[in-house]
Write a protein that binds this ligand. Structure first.
Ligand SMILES: *[C@@H]1O[C@H](CO)[C@@H](O)[C@H](O)[C@H]1NC(C)=O
Ligand SMILES: *[C@@H]1O[C@H](CO)[C@@H](O)[C@H](O)[C@H]1NC(C)=O
Length: 213
């Protein structure tokens, strides 16, 4: 009696496992990395194949989005969405896209608390997942890297420019000093400047005129 009961129990476990496997085979999640800048609006992509959609035949089949363990929205197979809590304020779904198997979620004004894993699960009935996408959302750190890179580039260019300019400046200053020194030692008359000579001649001519009368 005890033995046959335990054998029955054992068999029923095997049958249950077998039934579960055939009814709802485990799905391997597709993982996507989403990187965005603070304050930006982003799309968390989630699309299912026609094969997966064909498996979601029960009348209560739907797609559910979660952030870690927190429920965000349920999207029906016709694209109707119902949000948990106040998630409708920052999240958006696309009804016409969802009706075609694209259950992507739009998130506005990204902040630090949004970083994390988002799960998009296609349910066939309440307890069987037939499609699963994981979106790993992270902040775009390349902006910071770009900024440091740009600062480095700017200071590098500035330094290079100084290296080019300084020898020229030094050369120009020393050249000018040399010219000044030469002018001081041997002052040369400007051959084009005749104003002083002309004045002298006029004074001389006036004097002659006075002497005549
Ligand atoms: C969905 O189907 C189940 C049986 O599979 C039924 O009991 C239930 O009333 C149906 N729900 C709706 C909303 O049609
Ligand atoms: C899914 O729908 C969204 C919103 O309409 C669109 O931006 C996105 O490109 C679509 N993705 C695919 C793979 O079609």
């Amino acid at each position: 009696m005890g033995v046959s009961a335990s054998v029955f129990f054992f068999l029923s476990i095997i049958c249950n496992i077998h039934a579960e496997i055939t009814a709802c085979p485990p799905v391997i999640p597709i993982t996507l990395d989403v990187v965005a800048q603070l304050g930006s609006d982003i799309l968390l992509p989630c699309s299912f194949t026609t094969n997966q959609l064909r498996q979601a035949v029960k009348n209560n089949s739907a797609v559910i989005w979660l952030k870690e363990v927190e429920y965000i929205v349920e999207i029906s197979m016709t694209g109707q969405s119902s949000f948990w809590q106040s998630h409708h304020i920052r999240f958006q779904t696309f009804q016409s896209s969802a009706a075609k198997g694209n259950f992507s979620l739009f998130l506005t004004n990204l902040n630090r608390n949004d970083v994390g894993k988002y799960y998009c699960k296609l349910y066939n009935g309440v307890d069987c997942v037939v499609g699963h996408t994981v979106c790993k959302l992270d902040l775009d750190k390349s902006l910071w890297q770009n900024r440091t890179f740009l600062i480095g580039l700017a200071s590098g260019c500035g330094g290079l420019l100084l290296l080019i300019i300084i020898p020229f400046a030094v050369y120009a200053v020393s050249k000018r000093r040399q010219n000044q020194r030469r002018n001081q030692s041997t002052p040369q008359p400007n051959p084009y400047d005749t104003s002083s000579a002309k004045e002298e001649y006029e004074v001389y001519a006036n004097d002659i005129y006075h002497w005549d009368h």
